[in-house]
Design a protein around this ligand. Structure first.
Ligand code: ADP
Ligand code: MG
Ligand code: ZN
Length: 651
């Protein structure tokens, strides 16, 4: 059970909320009173002309003239006993003749005393704006601070303390990261049997940093340590240190370490350390928030230096962006131990699947080893999601247990999104998609090392995919050889090439392929240094180790080099495009035939697909192109450019 160290602050928060509510009630009450008083004085209203008529008829006894209205009393009637009061409608016309007329008819007249209901609205107009202002101010304070004005004076740590086992997670729940587990086991041992180490004069490490891609189980590991350690475990996220007011983060750090030292031996875990420990130079002086982060970071550094390693406080942190961390955090004596929590390999994936499959009912035919083989690149979180998706699918179909088929469908769903049968394509679009996908498949079948084509489908899926070709690797790969990259680019361009070869015009459907092919070609040159002409020079600054899909900034290069890079990228993509076209020209009959079958069946897989793909024949120049990237002049000139073609617009 998490122990809340935060109670008094919670109360302050409640108090400030209460104050805000009282203010609100007072305002509402004043408004209500005002309305009530205004209502109360309502009298019958008469038009100005009616009033004049009555004056001229000699019925009016006396008149009181104000700036906004006129009140008058009628003479006692013969029929009625009492005189009645009437009120003339506002605005009063600026009738300078009125006094004369009144004189003529012998009416008594005087000025109306200033309105007696005005005072409250006058006061309100003075009091209300400042009240609203203060109300909004306090409310904002409460929001930004989480604890109202109290935080102006103290910044107590928000860390939650978990006692042993309270997270409900143990090392058994974390799989596929055995190295990290071994290292962390050692940390736990340090804390449990400190004497064993200090007796020999060894210093217990102060800080351990878990680094790795998102979803690989860093947070989970930390929770598991809390479960295993048998010592108090303080957990806090880096972003919780950063506050609106400069200095609060720093005082939170101070408070956290004070508490930790009192409870030693213990573990302090800071999740998402990058939120707090970003390099002090890398962030520009925009927004005042930097001051706060810098102070907080300095305080953390000071605290880390300030405690004796053998007091038994171990600092644990996790991040997926170690490269943005301030170097001062990483020097010896601080976070000097880094444990990489990487994406799991095949055996690791199987172990993770086993952990998560414990919670669901599996059918006999489920082979987790096979599933692990089919899911390279999946992190722990992806696998957890996969198991859940499979269970959801099985439940929807009212299965008694989750079958292998459910799992396969779940993999596809995770990779390509939901099926969208409702999206109706017209005949031309359907044909275009079918040829496009078969184009990918035929070329993919020839290229080295990118896995086998397992399925082609023209059932729309996910956000934008009108069809897809599922190509799954046979094994985990940690490197890509240059011919494989060329092959991958050619495969990506296969869809577009098929459209060109068959229809002589192209559609917008290839934009995603083209984006990926170009990115890959650019990385070929600027990141992997694989271009012969430009050589092994890094034109990109590697900044993202664990976050894929973020582009790195270019190194400063001369305009000449920039031009050469562009030309090289274009040459690579062009070459791949040429080869793709050549392959499809050479296997045109197969392309036509396969596309027809696909149009009929919508999905092609298994033996039927394999039989077709086995018949693809490579053109003579392909092997040489894969090796060197060079094409003969003859081939380059043979393939005409497709200038003047029309665009088929699909949506
Ligand atoms: P992160 O590395 O981004 O902190 P998390 O620890 O939050 O990742 O993982 C998210 C979820 O993914 C976990 O709650 C767990 O269900 C699952 N998961 C991730 N890695 C593993 C693993 N190695 N073993 C078992 N489950 C895992
Ligand atoms: Mg995390
Ligand atoms: Zn495509």
């Amino acid at each position: 059970m998490p122990i809340d160290t935060d109670n008094d602050r919670q109360n302050k928060k409640l108090e400030s909320r209460g104050f805000g509510r009282n203010l609100f009630l007072i305002l509402m009450w004043l408004l209500f009173l005002n309305l009530l008083l205004l209502r109360g004085v309502e009298q019958t209203q008469v038009s100005y002309s009616q009033f004049l008529d009555q004056v001229e008829a000699g019925k009016v006894a006396n008149v009181k003239i104000g700036s906004e209205r006129i009140e008058y009393a009628l003479k006692p009637d013969e029929t009625a006993e009492e005189s009645s009061q009437e009120l003339v409608t506002i605005p009063v016309p600026l009738d300078s003749d009125l006094p004369k007329i009144l004189r003529q008819h012998d009416v008594e007249f005087s000025a109306l005393p200033p309105s007696n209901t005005g005072w409250i609205s006058t006061i309100l107009s003075w009091v209300l704006p400042p009240l609203i202002f203060f109300g909004v101010w306090f409310w904002l304070l409460g929001q930004a601070q989480g604890n109202g004005p109290a935080a102006l004076t103290v910044g107590k740590s928000k860390a939650r303390i978990y006692s042993e086992g309270s997270t409900g997670v143990t090392f058994d729940d974390v799989a596929g990261v055995d190295e990290a587990k071994t290292e962390l086991q050692e940390i736990v041992d340090f804390l449990k049997n400190a004497a064993k180490y200090t007796r020999l004069g060894a210093k217990i490490p102060k800080g351990v940093l878990l680094v790795g891609p998102p979803g690989t189980g860093k947070t989970l590991l930390a929770k598991a340590i809390a479960g295993e350690a048998g010592v108090p475990f303080f957990s806090i996220s880096g972003s919780e240190f950063i506050e609106l007011f400069v200095g609060i983060g720093a005082s939170r750090v101070r408070d956290l370490f004070e508490q930790a030292k009192q409870q030693a031996p213990c573990i302090v875990f800071i999740d998402e350390l990058d939120a707090l420990g970003k390099s002090r130079t890398s962030s520009g002086p925009l927004l005042g928030g930097n001051d706060e982060r810098e102070q907080t970071l300095n305080q953390l550094l000071a605290e880390m230096d300030g405690f004796n390693p053998n007091t038994g406080v171990i600092l644990l942190a996790a991040t997926n962006r170690p490269e943005v961390l301030d170097p001062a955090l990483l020097r010896p004596g601080r976070f000097d131990r880094q444990i990489v929590v990487d994406r799991p390999d095949k055996i690791g994936r199987q172990a993770i699947l086993e952990v998560h499959a414990r919670k669901i009912k599996l059918a006999e035919d489920v082979d987790l080893a096979k599933l692990a083989a089919r899911t390279p690149g999946f992190a722990g979180a992806d696998l957890a999601n996969l198991v859940n998706e499979a269970a959801l699918l099985a439940a929807r179909k009212n299965h008694n247990a989750v079958t292998m088929k459910d799992f396969n469908e779940a993999i596809e769903r995770v990779l390509t999104g939901l099926e969208k049968k409702s999206r109706l394509l017209n005949e031309l679009e359907k044909k275009t998609v079918a040829y496009h996908e078969v184009g990918h498949a035929l070329i993919g079948a020839l290229m080295p090392g990118v896995g086998t084509v397992e399925k082609i489908s023209i059932v729309p899926r996910g956000v934008g995919a009108l069809g897809y070709t599922l190509q799954l690797p046979e094994e985990d790969r940690f490197l890509m050889i240059e011919d494989e990259i060329r092959g991958r680019i050619a495969t990506l361009l296969g869809g577009r090439a098929a459209e060109e070869a068959i229809f002589g015009k192209v559609s917008t459907g290839a934009s995603d392929d083209i984006q990926k092919a170009t990115d890959l070609a650019e990385r070929f040159v600027t990141l992997y240094g694989m271009s012969d002409r430009l050589g092994p020079i890094a034109f990109e600054k590697m900044q993202q180790q664990f976050l894929e899909g973020l582009t790195n900034p270019r190194r400063t290069v001369s305009p000449k080099i920039a031009e050469a890079i562009d030309r090289e990228v274009k040459d690579i993509v062009d070459g791949a495009h040429h080869i793709a076209l050549a392959i499809l020209e050479q296997n045109r009959a197969l392309l036509e035939e396969t596309a027809q079958v696909l149009l009929e069946k919508e999905i092609l897989e298994g033996e039927e697909l394999r039989a077709k793909l086995e018949r693809v024949r490579p053109p003579a120049e392909m092997a040489q192109w894969l090796r060197t990237g060079e094409l003969s002049q003859q081939m380059l000139s043979e393939q005409t450019s497709f200038n003047g073609r029309q665009q088929v617009i699909s949506n």
